[in-house]
Design a binder for this molecule. Structure first.
Ligand SMILES: NC(=O)C1=CN([C@@H]2O[C@H](COP(=O)(O)OP(=O)(O)OC[C@H]3O[C@@H](n4cnc5c(N)ncnc54)[C@H](OP(=O)(O)O)[C@@H]3O)[C@@H](O)[C@H]2O)C=CC1
Ligand SMILES: Nc1nc2c(c(=O)[nH]1)N=C([C@H](O)[C@@H](O)CO)CN2
Length: 255
């Protein structure tokens, strides 16, 4: 079965059950786009999106079977206006090991590899696979369409505690460049690289103060900043292969 094209088009957002993804999905629905999202947790956000008319599809992007099922579920749309890769897991690196004479090296490597592989799978492999699989639907019409990768400020400067996460976001930034070359002029491919956008529930006052002090603007601007950047990219007919920095001037803050 194919779904009648919505005049504003279909926007696919991954990981839209909460926070930035949810905020953007709701706002874009209100602007008249048809929205299809991926989720893992059946959250209040997903229930709200479903009742507002969004197409909510279960997918864990560490699983190739789930990625295939997600692509198959999206086959109901003959065309896709934009594909927004927001799904992400901010996992810290495991603690550095003290080598024990009797300890298992393999066990330690497995623990480290689990985090590294998870980060690459969610942030680099899944977008790479989805971009290729959904390309036919992104290249139907004559108007340019969009792929947007949500990366991170740390992709360009590294992170001592989230090395695997930062490396995987750097991989995604590099895919932005390759894909922009490959797909122009039919598809614009850009990245949005935020520094701190919003805190997590358990972040204490000391952490918040330290995190805020890292940027010149010294604020946590919230998800609207990403929405505004997305709309800017969707409305542009010229920007491709760029990384939009949403970092409050953090690049100018000396350590
Ligand atoms: N928040 C911030 O301050 C910053 C955010 N960013 C980036 O902006 C984007 C949005 O951030 P934010 O809203 O905070 O992200 P969150 O961590 O709050 O949410 C990300 C979403 O990704 C989904 N997800 C996680 N792992 C998987 C997986 N294996 N397969 C499929 N989906 C998965 C989650 O789904 P579910 O809930 O269903 O499990 C979740 O809804 C992310 O790409 C993030 O890296 C960058 C810098 C700063
Ligand atoms: N997927 C996520 N990525 C990131 C998160 C998050 O909660 N989920 N949070 C951050 C932090 O806000 C950081 O920028 C400052 O502490 C980074 N990435």
């Amino acid at each position: 079965m194919q779904i009648e094209p919505n005049p504003k088009g279909v926007i696919v957002i991954t990981g839209a059950g909460q926070r930035v993804g949810l905020h953007c999905a709701i706002a874009l629905l209100q602007q008249g786009y048809q929205i299809a999202v991926s989720y893992r947790k059946e959250s209040a956000g997903i229930k709200a999106l479903r009742s507002a008319g969004a197409h909510c599809i279960y997918a864990d992007f560490q699983s190739l079977n789930d990625i295939a099922a997600f692509v198959e579920a999206l086959a109901v749309y003959p065309t896709i206006r934009a594909l927004i890769h927001n799904a992400s897991s901010w996992q810290p690196d495991p603690p550095l090991h003290q080598r024990q004479p009797s300890g298992s090296v393999l066990g330690q490597l497995q623990q480290d590899a689990k985090v590294f592989d998870a980060m690459q799978q969610v942030h680099a492999r899944a977008p790479f696979l989805l971009n290729r699989a959904l390309l036919p639907q992104l290249t139907v019409g004559t108007e340019p369409t969009d792929i947007v990768h949500l990366t991170d400020f740390v992709a360009s400067v590294g992170s001592s505690k989230h090395q695997a996460y930062a490396a995987s976001k750097a991989a995604l930034e590099n895919l932005t460049l390759s894909l922009a070359r490959k797909l122009a002029p039919g598809v614009k491919v850009n990245a949005i690289a935020p520094a701190l956008l919003m805190f997590n529930e358990g972040d204490d006052a000391a952490y918040r103060e330290k995190a805020l002090a890292k940027s010149l603007m010294a604020t946590a601007p919230g998800p609207d900043e990403v929405l505004n950047s997305l709309l800017y990219l969707l409305h542009s007919r010229y920007i491709t292969g760029r990384v939009l920095a949403l970092d409050g001037g953090r690049h100018l803050k000396l350590p």
